[in-house]
Design a protein around this ligand. Structure first.
Ligand code: DGT
Ligand code: CA
Ligand code: CA
Ligand code: ZN
Length: 572
């Protein structure tokens, strides 16, 4: 077990930063900073100390000792939570980049309107930071490094970061003469939420040009291993890439083998053995004669094992082989099936793009409908009011008349309070086309309280979708500890959909929760929760998560035609 000292040090340090950047007393900020260091370096575990013992730590007075006690008892410090809420979410995200301090984060926001990591990456690449005081090429390098660190979840990396690199590499290698096929395999092809390393496969007679090209790519920082069949490199982002070049006639066998998962492959090999066959990355062979039976395509290999082709998102040994043998694989939902996004923000709250831009981008994606769901007033830092919401509704209605192909829905993202109540009285909620409701604070309540809180939100007749239900942030914040089976039952009973939040840092619900919730008869909404136009394409990761949870079109309400969707959204 880690000592509580480190957690408290981090919180007190954060509080000091928050005081400083919200224009508070610098003397006070400094005293918290000193206390943070003293607690972190204290020899005794603070969890074992009483108030008297705590006050013996240098720089810890009564007020800080009380806060430490509060943390030890409740898992949070109320004033820190409050200060956090007073800062735009995007700036808080920037502040958490290891090499960027709070002052610089605020400067980026104020001077360049940068309020997300993606925007910061854009700004660096467009060299827009160069004009700022205190930012030079060295700072840029440090920031890129810090972002890479942050995007890592432990030793693993978030799927979007891995996907961006993999798609670039595939595009480069596909252009080389002699390339008969090129794709990514492994956990990325299965669309797992985090990726250990990227596996790239090429089909070609001669491997040398591909191996050389990979080693020579501008974002290749280091060649780890270089051979005729396999080359491994590390990219400037710290990601390992394994490239394997296969003879074209064993493409299907290699693709099947290197897509995995290991557990799935063990099952397919067992089936081969039962048929007197042997399955390897080179092909499917008859054991007795040694004759090759299939190797060119995955379809042939699965067919010779008595199986339909199994989508990579299902290859986790979660019953897909048995279902395939019975001919009962689910007809998985695809990105093309999605007709619209039901959870998005604008610059009226913490989004960064104006309403018109978000809508134009949604229309460009070919959506049949699109919901604008800015935050309601209980998230106080968003400063929402009824008047602002109604004025936005007028703009949405006017834009709706202009957009021929796409219907606009005016909704809101309500905040689920500690007791399960949401913003605004019911008569005001009744006039929205759609209410999403989500938890944004008080994550450390007891299991009983958290469960009751979510169930109460489901029972609100105006709440149609529970947003990012577990509130986890991959690699940063764990899921809240609620009895989710009870929540899933409540969703099924009340006709409330669960969100699959497609942001790569959330993917919430996760694949396994989706599988479980589906067994309770729950419906789902796959949403981007976009805070900028560049977030709308994240939807693909939500759809992949839905597939990994075995969902079909029927299970996902935003694949439905608008009339059917509206019936679902109407208060029960
Ligand atoms: P990762 O990289 O940790 O996100 O996960 P994967 O699934 O990409 O694993 P990786 O890169 O170690 O290997 C890629 C695929 O190659 C894996 O999914 C299945 C196959 N594979 C690798 N080593 C073995 C093995 O020892 N046995 C079997 N059956 N398959 C293997
Ligand atoms: Ca891998
Ligand atoms: Ca690998
Ligand atoms: Zn949201």
């Amino acid at each position: 077990m880690a000592r509580a000292n480190e957690e408290i040090e981090a919180l007190l340090q954060e509080y000091a930063d928050l005081i400083a950047i919200t224009g508070g007393d610098t003397f006070r900020a400094r005293s918290y900073e000193k206390a943070a260091r003293a607690v972190g370096g204290h020899h005794a575990d603070v969890a074992t100390l009483d108030t008297k013992g705590l006050r013996e730590i240098p720089n810890v007075g009564k007020s800080i000792a009380d806060k430490i006690v509060e943390y030890l008892e409740s898992g949070q410090i109320a004033v820190v939570e409050e200060r956090r809420q007073s800062i735009p979410a995007g700036v808080r995200e920037l502040m958490s980049i290891p090499t960027l301090g709070p002052h610089k984060a605020l400067m980026l926001y104020e001077e360049l309107e940068v309020s997300s990591v993606d925007q910061l990456l854009d700004a660096i690449h467009q060299e827009r930071l160069r004009d700022l005081k205190g930012f030079g090429p060295k700072t840029e390098e440090n920031l890129l490094h810090g972002i890479a660190l942050m995007q890592k979840a432990g030793d693993r990396i978030l799927i979007n970061a891995a996907m961006d690199s993999a798609e670039q590499i595939v595009a480069e290698l596909s252009g080389i003469k002699g390339c008969r096929g090129c794709t990514y395999a492994g956990s990325l092809r299965r669309m797992q939420e985090t990726i250990g390393d990227i596996d790239i496969l090429v089909a070609a007679e001669d491997s040398a040009p591909f191996m050389e090209a990979l080693a020579a790519l501008p974002y290749t920082a280091e060649v780890i291993a270089h051979g005729r069949k396999k080359t491994s490199v590390r990219t400037t982002k710290g990601l390992q890439v394994d490239l394997r070049v296969l003879p074209p006639d064993s493409w299907g066998a290699g693709l099947q083998y290197f897509t995995g998962s290991k557990a799935h492959n063990i099952r397919t090999r067992e089936i081969a053995v039962r048929h007197g066959l042997k399955l390897s990355e080179y092909g499917l062979f008859d054991v007795e004669s040694g004759k090759k039976i299939a190797s060119g395509t995955e379809e042939e290999i699965y067919a010779r094992l008595g199986l339909p082709w199994i989508p990579p998102t299902l290859r986790e040994d979660r019953g897909e082989i048995a279902a395939g043998l019975r001919g009962e694989l689910p007809d998985l939902v695809t990105e093309q099936d999605i007709r619209g996004d039901l959870h998005t923000h604008t610059d009226l709250t913490d989004g960064i793009a104006p309403l018109e831009d978000m809508i134009a981008e949604a229309a460009a994606r070919g959506y049949a409908y699109y919901a604008v769901t800015d935050h309601a007033p209980d998230l106080a830092m968003q400063r929402m009011t009824k008047e602002k919401m109604l004025a936005q509704r007028d703009r949405v209605r006017a834009l709706d008349r202009k957009h021929r192909g796409m219907r606009l829905l005016h909704g809101t993202e309500l905040n689920i309070g500690p007791e399960g109540a949401v913003d605004w009285p019911e008569e005001f909620l009744a006039d929205f086309d759609l209410c999403v409701a989500s938890i944004h604070s008080h994550f450390n309540q007891s299991r009983v309280d958290l469960t009751r809180r979510l169930v109460r939100a489901c029972e609100n007749p105006y709440v149609a979708v529970i947003g990012h239900p577990t509130t986890r942030r991959i690699g940063r914040r764990p899921a809240i500890d609620a009895d989710f089976d009870a929540v899933f039952r409540a969703c099924a009973r009340t006709g409330t959909a669960l969100e699959i939040n497609a942001h790569p840092e959330r993917l919430d619900l996760c694949d396994e929760d989706v599988l479980r919730a589906k067994r309770h008869g729950v419906k789902f909404a796959v949403n981007s929760d976009a805070h900028s136009t560049t977030h709308l394409p994240y939807l693909r990761y939500g759809v992949a998560t839905a597939q990994r949870g075995w969902l079909t079109k029927d299970d996902v309400i935003n694949t439905w035609p608008l009339t059917k969707l509206r019936r679902f959204l109407r208060p029960s």
